[in-house]
Design a protein around this ligand. Structure first.
Ligand SMILES: [Zn+2]
Length: 185
């Protein structure tokens, strides 16, 4: 039965069964029972035998229900091998430790923050990097060039180019300058 209350003098236990909660009297002369009660907390499960004398339920036999304790422990420790979740936030009950799987190789991961495991992320980066990085670099170089050329054309500090050819030359010079700096080409 579920322990739902413990008397302040530890001589009574409130236990719940299918019929509801009731108070049970502990035999105070029984040291073994007293030791068990001293260790009990609300929420524990006990096996009792009792006899009702003058409307009072007297506990004759008291044992911690280890079957329930074990069941609880197993439930908590059981790995969730058949409910792998790919990425995203978990929607498992809090009592269950969620497992996540790498989207690419299926390896289990500690959390679902990333879709791929570290190894797969590294592989993806390694195969994509040169082309993607060059593309990004060229975009930045273009952006830096346009900002710089714009600033130069609007600044009184620089002599104004007189025609389109001069402007194009300025752009090319600035672009090449940044390209050398960023890509080393
Ligand atoms: Zn992986």
């Amino acid at each position: 039965m579920l322990v739902t209350g413990i008397g302040s003098k530890k001589n009574m236990l409130q236990l719940e069964d299918v019929t509801g909660k009731s108070w049970y009297k502990i035999d105070e002369s029984n040291e073994e029972h007293q030791n068990i009660v001293n260790e009990l907390s609300v929420g524990d499960n006990v096996l009792v035998e009792y006899s009702t004398i003058n409307g009072v339920k007297n506990i004759n036999s008291l044992n911690v229900n280890t079957a329930v304790v074990e069941e609880k422990t197993v439930e908590k420790a059981e790995p969730v091998t058949n409910t792998l979740k790919v990425g995203g936030a978990n929607n498992f009950p809090a009592s269950v430790v969620p497992k996540f799987a790498c989207k690419t190789c299926g390896k289990s991961m500690i959390n679902g923050t990333y879709e791929n495991c570290y190894d797969c992320n590294m592989k993806t980066k390694a195969t994509k990097t040169p082309a993607v990085q060059t593309h990004i670099a060229r975009q930045s170089i273009g952006h830096m060039t346009s900002v710089t050329v714009g600033a130069m054309l609007n600044s009184k500090q620089y002599p104004k180019p007189v025609n389109t050819k001069d402007v194009l030359e300025l752009i090319e010079t600035i672009y090449d300058k940044y390209k050398t700096k960023v890509l080393g080409e």
